[in-house]
Design a protein around this ligand. Structure first.
Ligand code: ZN
Length: 388
């Protein structure tokens, strides 16, 4: 980290509450006038001007020069903008079989990307692979590597961001893995560990479809069923870092055993492995998800039934989430979105059946997140941890 980056990091970390709000507002809504910053943050224009000056001095924010001739020293109407390349963030999504890694600027635009396959889920092996991919990103950045200010790591499961411990990740087969500490020992930049769907939610809130929205939820379908909730301007993490685990709502028959070891979870019916198991059992041989999709599209009754059962329970889980938290929009993402035609009608039917009263007005849209979007979410989580 060069001197400028270190000074910028210190400035953001030590900012007052007002300073953090102003920086986050410029970060996500750039270019924006000081008047609009004041409107968004609820601060006075004088407080905004005071908060903007050190950001400009540090090279994080661009503002038109103030000249005497304007006769209006604050020039409140002139827009200020973020300097995207003032800092570089690394974001890594830990998938079941590979790492997807990106280096981004402060707007989470991707500068360099890398992939690494994971030969095993042994935490030491995964740490080695993360360090290796970070080194490759650093090399790919060249001179820009001096501006790296932090690394975000997104992992599926119950992740304690404050301690950097993965408490439970069924997909990785981990419990109480101190991944954050292990990586911090080996990497010179601050490491932020975050639940992958929460990271994606931060990315959508700051730089995506959720910008400017008071409340929204992301529901991901695929190998796992996850959700992230954004309410009243904040991503909801809950007192224990666990929130929005709709994949483990007990809405299925107790006979269905989940990968987490519990009975009757949504994932035990609706996640990719459950769909594969149901179609495999019906055909008396191993059927993977791609073949299950082909079979369902060609009218195979067992495959159609497996997707409809999954769709019904996901729709019910989304209605449960919406009845409890009341978001105005639900964004369905995850790899299952590529076959959403197999889910849509039944899912929307189950949602309509169980959504209570006006909660039925909640819009449900799909968004085909790529794994790179998840990695950008990890980078956004690293930026967020800096701004906090
Ligand atoms: Zn479960």
């Amino acid at each position: 980290m060069d001197q400028d980056t270190a000074a910028r990091t210190t400035l953001i970390r030590s900012a007052s509450d007002a300073g953090s709000k102003v920086f986050a507002t410029i970060l996500t809504r750039s270019p924006i006038s000081r008047i609009d910053i004041a409107r968004h943050t609820g601060l006075s224009q004088a407080a905004v001007t005071k908060a903007v000056s050190p950001l400009v001095a540090a090279g994080l924010v661009d503002a038109p020069p103030v000249t005497q001739r304007d006769g209006n020293p604050g020039r409140p109407a002139a827009p200020v903008s973020i300097v995207p390349d003032a800092m570089v963030m690394l974001g890594i999504k830990v998938n079941v079989d590979e790492l997807i890694a990106v280096a981004t600027d402060l707007a989470t635009d991707v500068l360099v990307s890398q992939r690494r396959s994971l030969p095993s889920h042994d935490p030491e092996t995964v740490c080695d692979a993360i360090v290796d991919v970070v080194n490759a990103l650093e090399a790919g950045l060249g001179d820009k590597a001096a501006a790296i200010a932090g690394i975000g790591i997104a992992v599926s499961g119950d992740v304690d961001t404050s301690t950097g411990i993965v408490r439970e990740s069924a997909i990785m087969g981990w419990s109480d893995v101190p991944l954050g500490d292990r990586l911090q020992e080996r990497l010179p930049w601050p490491v932020t560990l975050e639940n992958d769907v929460h990271a994606l939610t931060v990315g959508e809130h700051w730089f995506g479809i959720g910008l400017g929205m008071a409340s929204f939820a992301i529901v991901t379908i695929g190998r796992g069923i996850g959700s992230g909730l954004h309410l009243n301007g904040q991503v909801v993490t809950g007192a224990f870092g666990v929130s929005g685990e709709i994949g483990h709502l007990p809405l299925a028959s107790p006979e269905r055993v989940c990968a987490c070891g519990r009975h009757g979870c949504v994932e035990a019916v609706a996640a990719t492995p459950a769909i594969e198991a149901a179609v495999s059992a019906a055909h008396g041989r191993a059927v993977d998800i791609d073949e299950a999709v082909r079979l369902a599209h060609s009218g195979d009754p067992s495959a159609e039934a497996a997707f409809q059962e999954a769709a019904r329970i996901i729709g019910t889980a989304i209605a449960t989430l919406v009845n409890l938290a009341g978001p105005e929009l639900v964004i369905i993402g995850g790899e299952g979105v590529s076959n959403f035609d197999l889910f849509e009608q039944t899912l929307r039917g189950a949602f309509d059946e169980h959504a209570f009263g006006a909660a039925a007005h909640c819009r449900i849209v799909t968004r085909p997140h790529t794994f790179q979007d998840w990695a950008r979410g990890a980078a956004a989580a690293a930026i967020q941890s800096l701004v906090r």
